[in-house]
Unconditional design. Structure first.
Length: 94
């Protein structure tokens, strides 16, 4: 059994769309030690031990993965298509 909490399906779809469009997003997430904030390029979503993970590249060239239920805040930048920035708290779709 895992302590993973599934995320909202709409938010999951936003991650998949960002991956397909190769679109950067702003993420705030927590790990065992602290909170992090970075602009990232999502690369893949995979499942391991009944939990889902987002694999992404950071602006300083690192490749990381974070469990989806550890993501606290997401910014979906849409400047390229003329729409305002959308801000999503975990589990809430604007």
């Amino acid at each position: 059994m895992t302590d993973y909490t599934p995320i909202d399906c709409g938010l999951h779809s936003e991650y998949e769309l960002a991956i397909m469009q190769r679109r950067k997003i702003g993420l705030t997430w927590r790990d065992s030690q602290e909170e992090h904030r970075d602009t990232v390029l999502p690369e893949d979503i995979h499942t391991r031990n009944h939990a889902e993970y987002l694999v992404f590249g950071t602006e300083d060239g690192r490749q990381l993965e974070i469990r989806l239920d550890h993501i606290l805040h997401v910014e979906h930048g849409r400047q390229d298509c003329g729409l305002p920035r959308q801000v999503t708290e975990r589990g809430k779709i604007p």
